[in-house]
Design a protein. Structure first.
Length: 604
């Protein structure tokens, strides 16, 4: 039986010339016929030997969806779920990409400008920035790590040490002229009457409950824009979107309860003086901004151009380096002004928006919203606020009074007569019955973005391991901890690079280890494990591992972290963090651990 092949040597319009292969040796004929396949198999074998030495490895997959396995070492092949009880989605996101990913609070616009390249840049008070590139792409950019410096310069260049998130935007204009720009990462920018605010969580924007088309304020701090200014002789009245009024009357400054009767027409201003509160103190910032605090715990922020922003909970205003840095929820309320009513009750106002009413017999009640308390001309309370009853009282051995209310709040009265409002669950006592120092007072500067000394300048190119397959490279996995002693808050980082002239599809997965006993731990069910990641400019998650699974060609379950594309001649820095959501954790899963391997698969 002949095994030679015949091939077309020449083809014309009227005939085809066939040529027979001259190789007669069957072994040589086999090599010749299948030389491409054999070379390819040898190449794959060579690749396998290289990949065994890498911490994170690439594998090819075809469009059919069948994946080849990747190879990893035993030394650097695992990521461990963080079991810090205080961890949250917001904290993990912030640890991965810094202040640009924080989801709580409001920041002020500091500057807007256009670069020579026609990029538009917004600078905000927390040193984050938004840059709208001339090609339409939008990035939110963190400060330069370790400094109070914007991550975008005046020419629109993004600093390599600043982290960024690529976002898309949609814009909505309300009937009152408010323009809200919603970003795809859940944040928003509000422009109203010439004042711009950036909101880290767009869900906190409060619109009119009836029309849904008018801007009221921003929760939970109660931040409102000024919407109208009127004058009458020596009196100026500024009306805010939440109906609070700010009055300058013969150089005296007042805040008027939004429930009080007023007339804010030009040349005809009147306001209820019995429900107005005096200026308590005023602070001028380095940039010319003035913060005026009032007896009812509120504040007005006035910039150097005379624009006003109202903050109902003035304790939420963070001043850093003598400038307003941000407005974020403060878990503690500090006592401010006090009103004595005609029947002997004392109403103490706090900068968390609440009040404590002390009756003549010494009993107390707590009112969550101080706007609910209204007075007449005799200082009698004429409204019916929802008063929360006192349920317990304790005198500590070191001279503090602790009053517990039925809503989980407590008032701690200090020996000097001032007091604070805290969550009852946060109060602790030592063995002698004295209240512990951490409950006695808190630093008002709520700088949640303290600089962390981390070496981020290591040249990533030194870590890159070459993968000859189609110009794709991946670095060894690197494990970073916030606390090297406790080994908690671990982030697994690596770099993917594509030197091809075409883009590549890729998938990042976590493959669970099979032998927990090797690490002397007991398996934590992955349904309790959450993940977040950054892939280049994108913030991924939070998500739960079991929500997106994929079976590889061995039938092994992998937990998909990200599916995406790496562009031609480009690189991506990837950071993956696993953590446990204790709100979901059952008792039988306590003291258990989830461990897995980060793997990257690439599609041609």
């Amino acid at each position: 039986m002949r095994t030679n092949l015949f091939s077309v040597k020449k083809k014309t319009e009227d005939k085809i010339l066939i040529e027979e292969e001259k190789t007669q040796n069957p072994f040589l004929l086999f090599l010749k016929r299948h030389r491409k396949l054999l070379l390819w198999l040898m190449f794959l074998l060579f690749m396998s030997l290289i990949l065994v030495s890498t911490g994170v490895a690439f594998s090819l997959f075809q469009n059919t969806g069948d994946f080849d396995i990747s190879f990893l070492t035993d030394k650097k092949d695992k990521v461990v779920a963080d079991t810090d009880t205080g961890i949250s989605d917001e904290k993990v996101a912030e640890e991965l990409v810094g202040p640009v990913a924080r989801k709580v609070g409001v920041v002020l616009l500091v500057d807007t400008f256009m670069t020579s390249n026609n990029d538009v840049v917004y600078y905000f008070s927390d040193y984050t920035a938004i840059i709208i590139k001339s090609d339409g792409k939008i990035y939110r950019v963190s400060p330069v790590e370790g400094s109070n410096k914007y991550g975008v310069d005046k020419e629109g260049n993004i600093d390599d040490k600043a982290k960024k998130i690529f976002v898309k935007s949609t814009t909505k204009t309300l009937s009152d002229g408010t323009v809200i720009t919603y970003y795809s990462d859940g944040t928003a920018r509000i422009e109203h009457k010439g004042v711009t605010l950036f909101i880290r969580d767009s869900n906190n924007i409060v619109l009119d409950p009836v029309s849904k088309d008018k801007y009221i304020n921003i929760n939970p701090s109660g931040v409102a824009n000024s919407t109208n200014t009127s004058k009458d002789g020596n009196v100026t009245m500024v009306t805010f979107t939440d109906k609070t009024r700010y009055v300058i009357d013969n150089n005296n400054k007042y805040i008027v309860n939004p429930n009080a009767n007023v007339n804010d027409q030009d040349n005809n201003i009147s306001y209820d003086k019995y429900n107005s509160f005096n200026k308590r103190e005023e602070k001028k910032m380095k940039d010319g901004t003035v913060v005026t605090y009032y007896d009812n715990g509120t504040a007005v922020i006035t910039d150097d151009e005379g624009n006003n922003v109202f903050v109902k909970k003035s304790g939420d205003i963070v001043v850093k380096n003598n400038d307003v840095y941000e407005i974020v929820p403060n878990p503690i309320g500090y006592s401010k002004g006090e009103v004595t009513t005609n029947d002997g009750r004392k109403v103490r106002y706090f900068d968390n928006g609440g009040t404590v009413i002390t009756y003549p017999d010494g009993s107390k009640t707590y009112v969550v919203d101080n706007n609910d308390i209204m007075y007449d001309s005799n200082k009698a309370i004429i409204s019916k606020p929802d008063e929360i009853e006192q349920i317990a009282r304790k005198k500590t051995t070191d001279g503090y009074d602790v009053i517990n209310f039925d809503n989980g709040k407590s008032e701690i009265i200090k020996p000097d007569g001032t007091s604070i409002i805290v969550d009852t669950s946060k109060i602790t006592f030592d063995e002698s019955g004295a209240i512990t120092d951490k409950n006695k007072d808190k630093d008002k500067d709520k700088d949640k973005d303290k600089d962390k000394d981390k070496d981020k300048d290591k040249d990533k190119e030194d870590e890159v391991v070459e993968d000859p397959l189609e110009g794709l490279y991946v670095s060894d996995a690197e494990y970073k901890y916030d606390d090297e002693k406790l080994k908690n808050k671990q982030h697994t980082t690596f770099i993917i690079r594509n030197d091809n002239r075409k883009s590549k599809k890729f998938r990042i997965v976590i493959e669970e280890i099979s032998n927990y006993s090797k690490y002397n731990v007991t398996r934590l069910n992955p349904r309790f494990v959450k993940y977040q990641a950054t892939v280049g400019d994108f913030l991924v998650g939070p998500g739960i591992l079991v929500d997106n699974t994929w079976n590889d060609e061995r039938g092994k379950v992998n937990y998909v972290i990200y599916d995406g594309t790496i562009g031609a001649v480009s690189s991506l820095e990837v950071a993956v963090s696993l953590y446990v959501d204790y709100s979901m954790l059952s008792n039988e899963q306590q003291d258990k651990t989830f461990m897995g391997t980060v793997k990257v698969y690439v599609n041609e």
